[in-house]
Design a protein around this ligand. Sequence first.
Ligand code: HEM
Ligand code: HEM
Ligand SMILES: [Fe+2]
Length: 445
Amino acid sequence: MKYKSQKVAYWFFALCMLLFALQLVYGFVMGFARIGMDGLHEVVPFNTARAVHTNLLVLWLLTGFMGAAYYIIPEESKRELISVKLAYVQLISLALVGVAALVGFHFNIWEGRKFLEIPRELDYLVVVNVLLFLGLILGTLYKAKQRTTTSLVLTMGLVFAALLYLPGMIWFDSQVTDSFFRWWVVHLWVEGVWELIMGGILSFLLIKLTGVDREVIEKWLYVIVGLTFLSGILGTGHHYYYIGVNKIWLIVGGIFSALEPLAFLAMALFAVYMYRKGEKSHPNKIALFWTIGASIVSFVGAGLLGFAHTLPQTNLYTHGTLVTAMHGHYAFWGAYAMIVLAIISYALPNLTGRKHYDNKNGHLAFWLANIGMLGMTVAFGVAGVIQVYMERRLKMEFMEVQNETKVHFVVLILCATIFTIGIGLYIYEFIKYGRPNDEALVKED
Ligand code: HEM
Ligand code: HEM
Ligand SMILES: [Fe+2]
């Protein structure tokens, strides 16, 4: 680490690990409920578990992005954060708001918008928290000794992500309008501005890990930003096909969303090409695996599996089924979970000064988590295709179909166990690295 204030990042990453672990617990609750083992039903019914599972996901990813920003921005700006104290205040208040929201979910205090279930009162606190975060990042950038494309793209992603939280807070009486604007948050996040955050982190990591010139790497970043906006904004239309809005969206959504995989393809090519071109071989192989892995798996999960159900002709049948869950898992995993795990793997040795670079557990964590998640994706996919066929072609009754897919959830649980062992190892290594310390300041490569 080059700047003392980067240490803040460590505590964001630590919170991130904790929330991630909790997310998996709720995944298992649902998995078991799906095969009829629903003993917790009275305490955590399926719908509560689902809301907690997905909101924890969003919360730990955002915590990870914030940690990444607190690590990357000082280094790219060549100066300390403007206030370390306020950064800790932001961390603690983020944790408190998050916990309050999640506890509330267990008492049915939530709003019925999938992924945006946090009740309105807490939304305001989220806004204050995010403003504090952005204030610290923008303030640091403002006083920066150097402003790089990497730091600007990352910050642009974070600022837009914050702005796009707002449409989800407006009240609409009409279900159609409500749904229309919900996608401004959910879609424009994951298929728009979060991609900029991912691109920024990816670019930072590639500069550090491959030794390729910044100029070359950042030129690609412009291409990625361009492709993302070109396809992602109007690509929102793939959620408007049959929700009660103008039919023009069938064509607009179909065409533009079909172009979205290009941005992910560009990121994958970008990472692999830079890796090949790189002359410097950084000893932190585990960070390199997660980095290249994120770029490739995101192309498969978001690009290919997204494309699989994005055309109106297909989506008519697959909408809202386990096919969506298949894509949701692999896309979130590849694009956002893996890039957060990549930046943590890179930052940890630098923050703690302990260079356990090529440890076995780290490699094992990478492979077990990836094999497990691939298996889970296949299980969801098979269940999804069967569901679509039985429910929407054979017109079988909904619950009867759910029963028929049980066996695939046994497979899901087995694969999720492999996945969880991998993540367990990752967290174990995280803890073993120890705390950040000032001695690490001089040990930077
Ligand atoms: C990393 C990027 C992505 C992530 C994290 C992601 C995640 C998700 C999630 C969680 C859903 C369910 C949303 C909900 O019902 O509230 C969803 C839906 C969908 N995604 Fe993605 N996605 C990504 C990229 C893409 C791309 C690039 C495409 C198209 C090529 C795509 C196509 C779709 C479609 C068509 C749906 C609607 C499914 C339905 O009708 O039920 N996604 N995505
Ligand atoms: C122990 C591991 C996990 C298990 C057993 C698990 C299981 C599940 C189940 C059963 C659902 C509900 C599907 C339905 O509606 O029937 C679900 C939803 C979801 N999970 Fe997981 N999950 C796990 C880990 C993860 C991870 C690591 C991620 C992200 C990287 C993730 C992202 C999601 C998303 C985005 C949804 C909502 C999908 C949709 O909208 O269709 N899960 N999960
Ligand atoms: Fe979308």
